[in-house]
Write a protein that binds this ligand. Structure first.
Ligand code: F6P
Length: 366
């Protein structure tokens, strides 16, 4: 007979994202109904290494469905296999995975639910190879995780972008300006693509389709000639011109991904202004896209992910991640989820839809 699950841990890793609390609630409530106690590990994998945790009771997860952030705290610097140790002003990277395993065993955990994006799933995979019983839940506003049709948090970020573009339209049209809006997404263009379509952008620039400066200038000038004396440009932080490179803000070796992107919006606005003579302005949405309450869609998806994650634990299907496939929640191997990044294909039906309504991607075929 399989050993009974009595105690599980749960953690939220990487950047925060709307819906994390809804997942924690979706795991914890049914777990208690099964008589399982739940340990909330604080600040992602950092808490697993440094032994920081709280016991989660029903009262702790009651009323958190609609709240943003995470009641457990999160970190994108706590990779146990890539642990930054500072001494004498220098950062040394060490492996503290054995400490993480020791704490998992010390807490008497039968399983660990890891909620996070590709960084968290990579760590989760390596931890399961060390013997931990792990179930993953795919989170990220970027939607760049393979093996699930959607990650939770993406819809909420897209909602923020759409609303921002709606607002930018009014000033753009009143002042006859080109408004450039820089959005997040790291090396994937999903937020810019979906947010751009929802907000009626005229130009969407994404990492997967390197753009041509002249095509961008032509598009805004053509619009002006047709009497549309304003344009809305939605640019992903990871977008770059053909033969150009990523625009970055900082590098921090302590982070799982050391590169901090940012600045392409300002660059695009200046180039458009210098080369067309049109007045331009830039808005960087930044962390507004990650904060606040999840959309109803994300609340539902997060709740489904959470309740299905505890089912995987009960069935002892470890090393797996819950995933959305069509309208069904299934499970996939974590190893498959991290095999590659999910990027926008230039032939994706959403790209073709945008092109069909006249959106330019700054590429040859407009
Ligand atoms: O992965 C989510 C995300 O918001 C990316 O879109 C963005 O590039 C990055 O995190 C920003 O991270 P931080 O908040 O650590 O600057």
């Amino acid at each position: 007979m399989k050993p009974k699950i009595k105690r599980i841990g749960i953690l939220t890793g990487g950047g925060d994202c709307p819906g994390l609390n809804a997942v924690i609630r979706g795991v914890t409530k049914p777990a208690h109904d099964y008589g399982i106690s739940v340990i909330g590990i604080l600040d992602g994998f950092e808490g697993l290494v440094e032994r920081k945790s709280i016991e989660l009771y029903n009262k702790d997860v009651s009323g958190i469905l609609a709240s943003g952030g995470t009641i457990l705290g999160s970190s994108n610097k706590g990779d146990p296999f890539h642990w930054p140790e500072e001494s004498g002003g220098k950062v040394k990277i060490v492996d503290r995975s054995k400490d993480a395993l020791k704490n998992y065993e010390g807490w008497g955990l039968d399983a660990l639910v890891a909620i996070g994006g590709d960084g968290t799933m990579n760590i989760a995979h390596k931890m399961s190879l060390m013997g931990m019983n792990i179930v993953g839940v795919p989170k990220t506003i970027d939607n760049d995780l393979e093996a699930t049709d959607l990650t939770f948090g993406h819809d909420s970020a897209v909602y923020v972008v759409a609303e921002a573009l709606d607002r930018l339209h009014t000033t753009a049209s009143a002042h006859h300006r080109v408004m450039v809006c820089e959005v997040m997404g790291r090396y994937a263009g999903w937020i810019a693509l979906n947010g751009g379509i929802a907000g009626g952008a005229d130009i969407i620039l994404i990492p997967e389709i390197p753009f041509n400066w002249n095509t961008v200038y032509e598009k805004v000038l053509q619009r002006n000639m047709r009497g549309k004396r304003f344009s809305i440009v939605c640019v992903a932080e990871g977008a770059k011109p053909k033969n150009g490179s990523l625009v970055t803000k900082a590098k921090d070796l302590k982070r799982t991904d050391p590169i901090q992107l940012g600045g392409i919006g300002e660059y695009v606005a200046k180039m458009i202004s210098d080369n067309t003579g049109l007045e331009t302005r830039t808005t960087v949405l930044g962390h507004l896209q990650r904060g606040g309450s999840p959309t109803p869609f994300d609340r539902i998806l997060s709740t489904k992910f959470g309740t299905n994650a505890i089912q995987l634990v009960m069935k002892r299907q470890f090393g797996r991640m819950v995933a959305l496939k069509g309208s069904e929640i299934k499970s996939v191997r974590i190893a498959d989820a991290i095999s590659k990044q999910k990027l926008v294909s230039p032939k994706d039906s959403t790209v073709l839809t945008a092109r069909a309504v006249g959106v330019s991607f700054g590429s040859e075929n407009l």
